[in-house]
Design a protein. Structure first.
Length: 122
């Protein structure tokens, strides 16, 4: 009975999803300038077909830039939470691409621009 209730509420699905995400190897390398450029070119070429993809990437880059610019200011005003936030934002583009790559590999989210980055990775 408990198992049926868990399946009814989708709890089994969440466990399978977590297990499948754990099976995908982690990507431990930072993005190169060539990969950034390839991604920019892909978004420019596919702007009409995938505008949300471009806007999401623009948000990631904006937050990343806020981390770069805000880091020294946060250090000067001695705000620990701001320093930590800016430090985390420095790794946002690679983390975003890694997350999208993982979700694409487990077939949870289609990511058409992964091919542009993978070509430059080899």
């Amino acid at each position: 009975m408990r198992r049926e209730a868990a399946e009814c509420f989708g709890l089994g699905t969440e466990r399978r999803l977590l297990r499948s995400l754990e099976e995908v190897p982690a990507i431990g390398s930072a993005m190169t300038l060539e990969q950034f450029h390839s991604l920019k070119v892909w978004h420019q070429l596919h702007l009409r077909r995938s505008p949300i993809e471009k806007h999401a990437w623009d948000v990631v880059l904006t937050l990343w830039l806020m981390g770069i610019v805000g880091g020294p200011a946060a250090f000067v005003v001695h705000r620990g939470w701001a320093i930590a936030t800016c430090f985390v934002l420095l790794f946002l583009p690679s983390a975003y691409v890694g997350l999208r790559r993982r979700l694409h590999r487990v077939h949870l989210l289609r990511c058409d621009w992964i091919g542009a980055i993978e070509k430059k990775r080899r």
